[in-house]
Design a protein around this ligand. Structure first.
Ligand SMILES: [Zn+2]
Length: 452
């Protein structure tokens, strides 16, 4: 039996930058290679060395298309990686959109932070040439007595949890685990046997609001904006949450024809991602598949206006309220939403709404913590609009769902925690011990542990 070592070079003791190295004898397998996000100091970590030599890596597995899991893949190629990147087909399509969009943001940040290019368009192209589409439930051999199988992680379209086999040993990486009963994706697959489970811990200390409350909160915000002739600015994550929100708004607008406040989807990336959802209908849950087969325009309801060009985006400001604007990025790290925020924030009638976890240090987290103003290209803009959050659209499993998922194992796997805030990890490991009787510990960045 070869020696198995695990080292995390990202998302150990934090929630971004997922990058885990599994060494099986001399074979080096990387699971995810994501971007560090949230605050300047954290962002700068993307420019540091990986902590390993990319030329030595034999294969990469990507669990899903979120930037904090795929964002440094082009840099990996820029630094000499030449091997395959295994992912499901929807993940590959979505990651292409995400990385292309982020390339522009990276260039802006690069000049702002006075750093060299993180990666070039040539590096991006190398990644595109090395994708290896891999289906769910199909065992993929990597040689060396090593293989892996993707299962549905229920997080976003195409997201996978990875079951890795080394001889008789099973090691599972959850990637990000999905919430239950989401509008579009199928619920997560439950696995029953493993020796080690490396699991995400984002919501390891709390529960989400239920789905009815979540939908109602969104509709109430739209109604309030309409009655007050005000603007509702919603910070969206382009993948999954946007499509979930569009479905809820679609259902509302189609049954409330008197509501005419326009909804602007001002995110070209979200628009492209929505097309990919329509392309992979089979990957969605049965109810969503049924609706999409009957009503092909589920994401295009009356009064929805999709703005792709910058000029169209600017014109939204001239539209007299009431209006609803969906724009990204979801944590206000950059993108068109910054301009909308500058127009929306100073009026106390307006509402700013976040749709999920805000990484500490991001503008989104600052607003939710009650910031009085924000810096808009060197100018201070007062924040007088109300700031609120709807947690229930989060694509992450909450504490009860995480415990239910971990509780399905019939043997006693060791649980290794990653992708969680420093304050959440000790609480989550304690809860796992108390409720499930399983050993759980958090990984420390760049510290190797043996899985033998
Ligand atoms: Zn994710």
């Amino acid at each position: 039996m070869p020696k198995i070592n695990l080292t995390s070079y990202g998302a150990a003791g934090e929630v971004t930058g997922s990058c885990h190295l599994l060494e099986v004898g001399s074979f080096k397998l990387l699971v995810d290679c994501g971007l560090f996000q949230g605050g300047e100091e954290n962002y700068k970590k993307n420019w540091q060395d990986f902590g390993f030599n990319p030329k030595d890596i034999d294969a990469v597995i990507l669990t899903h298309a979120h930037l904090d899991h795929c964002g440094r893949l082009p840099r990996l190629f820029g630094q000499g990686y030449k091997g395959p990147v295994y992912a499901t087909s929807p993940t590959i399509d979505l990651a292409d959109v995400v990385l292309e969009d982020n390339f522009k943001i990276i260039q802006e940040k690069t000049s702002h932070l006075k750093l060299g290019l993180l990666y070039t368009s040539v590096d991006l192209k190398k990644l595109y040439q090395n994708w290896r589409p891999t289906e769910y439930y199909k065992q993929q051999s990597l040689g060396n007595n090593l293989s892996f199988t993707f299962h549905n992680s229920g997080h976003i379209l195409g997201s996978a949890l990875v079951e890795i086999r080394v001889g008789a040993k099973t090691i599972i990486f959850t990637g990000d685990l999905g919430a239950i009963n989401m509008p579009l994706v199928k619920d997560v697959d439950y696995l029953t046997q493993a020796d080690y489970v490396i699991t995400e811990s984002t919501y390891g200390d709390r529960a989400h609001e239920n789905s009815r409350d979540r939908n109602q909160k969104l509709i109430s915000a739209v109604q309030k904006a309409t009655l007050n002739h005000a603007t509702l600015l919603i910070a969206i994550f382009a993948i999954e949450r946007t499509q979930d929100i569009l479905k809820v708004l679609n259902d509302f607008y189609e049954t409330h024809l008197d509501f005419s406040a326009p909804v602007f989807l001002d995110s070209p990336m979200a628009d492209k991602a929505t097309e990919i959802y329509e392309k992979y209908i089979d990957y969605l849950n049965p109810a969503a598949q049924d609706t999409l087969r009957v009503d092909k325009d589920i994401f295009k309801f009356p009064h929805l206006k999709i703005t792709s060009r910058v000029e169209e985006s600017k014109l939204i400001n001239a539209v007299r309220p009431p209006k609803v604007i969906l724009s990204g990025s979801g944590m206000m790290e950059g993108g068109r939403i910054i301009h909308h925020l500058a127009h929306t924030a100073p009026d106390p009638k307006n509402q700013i709404m976040f749709m999920g976890y805000q990484v500490p240090g991001t503008l989104g987290a600052k607003l939710l913590n009650g910031a009085f103003d924000f810096d808009y290209y060197g100018k201070k803009v007062a924040i007088k609009a109300s700031v609120d959050q709807i947690d229930g659209f989060s694509a992450h499993a909450d504490l009860p769902a995480l415990l239910t998922w971990l509780g399905h194992f019939q043997n006693q796997p060791q649980i290794i925690l990653v992708h969680g805030d420093k304050t959440v990890l000790p609480k989550f490991s304690q809860t796992i011990k108390e409720k499930l009787g399983l050993e759980a510990r958090a990984l420390i960045p760049a510290q190797t542990i043996e899985l033998n």
